[in-house]
Write a protein that binds this ligand. Structure first.
Ligand code: SF4
Length: 114
């Protein structure tokens, strides 16, 4: 039995995940917690948020995030890809600035217009 804090919402439910019983989750206040607990123990993922260089705009960097969680073991690979990028203004909020980053299936989108 593993204990986790659910990070899906600010309530922070204390989850118990039973690895010996098909990753059955208890302590969750809603179904999202059950899904989080199961995925966290079988294949943990995270949404990556960062900034990338942006030329020609008011600010030198543009905030970005992945549009879906990526495998935790690929986070540093994704961060290296973002570090090698440079956007050119104008950039619109929600614009895809990098598709299928590191073959994760996730796109990187701008979270601010520059
Ligand atoms: S289990 Fe549901 S209510 Fe509890 S922290 Fe997670 S998302 Fe929020």
């Amino acid at each position: 039995m593993k204990e986790l804090i659910c990070i899906v919402c600010p309530k922070g439910c204390h989850l118990h995940v039973d690895e010996a019983n098909d990753y059955k989750v208890t302590g969750n206040g809603c179904p999202r917690g059950a899904e989080y607990g199961r995925i966290e123990l079988t294949h943990p993922t995270r949404v990556v948020t960062s900034t990338v260089r942006c030329a020609g705009g008011r600010y030198p960097r543009c905030p970005v995030k992945t549009d879906q969680p990526v495998p935790k073991e690929q986070i540093f690979e994704v961060m290296r890809a973002l570090d090698q990028m440079e956007l050119t203004a104008p950039v619109q909020v929600g614009q895809v600035v990098l598709s299928d980053v590191c073959r994760t299936g996730a796109n990187v989108v701008a979270t601010r217009s520059i």
